[in-house]
Design a protein around this ligand. Sequence first.
Ligand code: IMP
Ligand code: MG
Length: 183
Amino acid sequence: MKSNPQQQQAHHVLYTQSQIHDCVSQLAGQIRTAYTSFDDLVVIVLLMGAKRFADDLLAALGQPVSAEYLRAKSYHDSHQSSGTVHVEGHVHQPLRGKRVLLIDDIYDTGITLKFMLDYLRQFQPAEIKTCVLLEKQCPHHETVAIDFLGLPVPDVFVVGYGLDYREQYRELPFIAELTLDGN
Ligand code: IMP
Ligand code: MG
């Protein structure tokens, strides 16, 4: 599968499956405490990176919640942010007057989260909160308030638990730094 030696990559594990599980449980607890009712809440999950996180988080919440899925593409087959965001898909219900919880995988430059918050505001929800699994320890291009934040990661490219590099490594149960062999 990894026949080209120049493409071989190794993993340096940053968070194990069990550490991620604990983090997701804690976030679910914080969210349960913050929302007394889930009736007017719409969870918006950013595909693909946050899908696995959101699945586990919503399961841990143990409450019926309305979830919608949008694809926000800011990386185009590379590990550098393109600086532009494209939204694919649409929300299948009115957001006007609802409470929105936006779920993403990682706060890196912040361009995606900032763009998505502006995008969702046009539908006039009563409020938008954010829940993000990872925060990269780097200067963010856009400053975004994260209401429910999971774990810090160093300023490296990370994969696993839904996060990919060129559509690879999403299936890893842990979160790891992507390192090129020989580096
Ligand atoms: P942004 O730079 O904060 O706009 O990040 C946008 C998106 O890029 C995130 O939602 C991720 O899907 C992806 N991304 C950013 N940093 C990483 C990384 O280290 N590994 C994998 N995906 C990343
Ligand atoms: Mg993403």
